[in-house]
Design a protein around this ligand. Structure first.
Ligand SMILES: [Zn+2]
Length: 242
């Protein structure tokens, strides 16, 4: 009888401990989420900017809000955007909240038919990536280690190429939908309902007609995501990119 009682006690202890151990990761692990901002610029966008058809391809209120709210973020920059806004690249690089990734030189598609982007021929790919590395390194003093394909279009050969140049490819869990979108409410709702631990979300840094409501959107989602228990992280802070 005593033996049976002892066995039952031991079993119930084991079961309790097992349940407790199972719940541990939920207690200790913060729900990380990475906000990323692409500073895209094609040659077409550059000529619109230079001819005055676009006022600016940078909305400074986005970075200012992230800084004020102490929200870490990863910013993917194209080479020609960096050449146009060198002081902004220096400013972003000097802020420890942010990290800079390579987003190609002139935002050409690595495969044909990528969102109407001009195509980047195979024999120009290495130079396109390395030229941007050089520009970003000169301005930031740091060698970028992350790379994002323009439009998210690539083949397996392209990922191999990027990796061979010492860069990690960063995609996204879902795009926020901020590009060319004036309906900020729907973007906010979409992001908040799709947010999950370790997600990487794409936004754009340009403002203007390319990303008209991004500043307004992040001002709404950042406090809401915090309330949902999310902790903001740079991409490099997510376990799969370490
Ligand atoms: Zn882009």
């Amino acid at each position: 009888m005593k033996k049976t009682f002892a066995l039952v006690l031991l079993l119930s202890c084991c079961i309790s401990f097992f349940s407790f151990a199972q719940s541990l990761p939920l207690i200790g692990k913060p729900k990380k989420i990475a906000l990323t901002f692409d500073a895209c610029m094609t040659r077409g966008m550059l000529s619109r900017l230079e001819s005055g058809l676009e006022k600016s391809l940078y909305d400074p209120s986005i970075v200012a809000f992230l800084h004020q709210q102490k929200v870490p973020a990863t910013i993917f920059i194209t080479g020609i955007w960096a050449e146009k806004y060198p002081s902004v690249v220096r400013q972003i690089a000097s802020d420890s909240l942010f990290e800079i990734g390579n987003h190609s030189y002139s935002h050409r598609g690595f495969v044909p038919d990528c969102y109407a982007l001009p195509n980047l021929p195979d024999n120009e790919k290495v130079n396109d990536i390395l030229k941007t590395q050089e520009i970003l390194m000169q301005l930031s003093g740091k060698k970028p280690v992350l790379f994002r394909f323009p439009g998210g279009c690539y083949t397996s050969a392209d990922t191999k190429l990027v990796k061979s140049l010492g860069l990690k490819v960063v995609g996204w869990s879902f795009p926020s939908g901020d590009a060319f979108n004036y309906d900020s409410k729907s973007v906010i709702q979409y992001v908040l309902s799709n947010a999950k631990a370790d997600a990487v979300i794409v936004f754009h840094l340009s403002g203007g007609r390319y990303a008209p409501k991004t500043a307004e959107i992040i001002k709404a989602i950042i406090p809401s995501l915090r309330k949902q228990g999310f902790e903001f992280s740079k991409v490099s802070g997510l376990s799969r990119y370490r």
